[in-house]
Design a binder for this molecule. Sequence first.
Ligand SMILES: [Zn+2]
Length: 339
Amino acid sequence: MSWPQRVCTELAAATASAQVRRCCRQVQLAVLLRLAGQTYRCGAHLVIEAELSAAAAATARAALLAVPPAARPQRITLRPTGNTDRVLQITEPGTGRLATWTGLLETALRADGGLPRFVVSASRCCTVAAWQAAFLAAGTLSRPARGSELSVACPTTATALALTGLARRLPATPGNPGDSENVVPHATVRPPGRRMLPTGPAAELAAVSGDEEITALLTRIGAPATAADWATARRTAHARRTAPMLSGACSQNRQRQHRAATDTIAKLQTALEVLDGLGVTLPQPLTDAAQLRLAHPALSLEQLAQIADPPTTKDTIAGRLRRLLALAGSHTNNSTAPQ
Ligand SMILES: [Zn+2]
């Protein structure tokens, strides 16, 4: 099952709950029909038609049961068009009343063609319902190895803008490890590329990017299990991608360290021979540091500092080695200077 399908399956289960309020059912149906449906006249009849996935159709079916009798149309058909898709068709009598109840008539009359006003200004429970329906109708989620984006294809810019506003108001789910009050899912409007809606090409996308924000959004709209699995898969993909780079960087560091140690050892050996030849008595800490370096050529300065007696810091060891080399250098210059 693809990642978007997993989200849809979990959302469909969440929206099937008998606890869902009627206000939320109304919002779910309004958003499903706005994003995946169209309204047209067929002779004297007004027809509402929507192409829905199996999960979206299950949500639509539950939402239709909540339509008040006065707005309930008489003829509703939901017929399969493939393995997973369904076409929902609602015809007269009663279609006009349902189109009014779901705000479809209002948006058809508005120039911007956004979401109905009662959805845009919905209470917080309904912001969840709106995003559930939006994802079920036209949502997608990137594969963890490919990127970090969740988006909903929208028929108009106003619809995408409305969804971005609703995303900011989604209530956090306290006590859920995938969610935090501090992470606000920040959706933006962006060009749709080749994304399609059942009714034609999308005009814009309402998109959320960033692992934390996507996880928070999915958790808040009722898909916490998929959110957790997706976040884990993202971390695994990230670790796989960065592991070769890290091991490459580690081995480069080790090589650099080894070259520096070999270089220092060669200089130390020469310096000690020079100082010994001149009969110079070295301070004990300098002799100890030199002996440590010569005895353990493979260890880093930090490791040398740890095994020193008494233990010290790598800066101290490096400083003592530098002083010893400088001392040998100054004696060499003095002995070769013209008398
Ligand atoms: Zn509600």
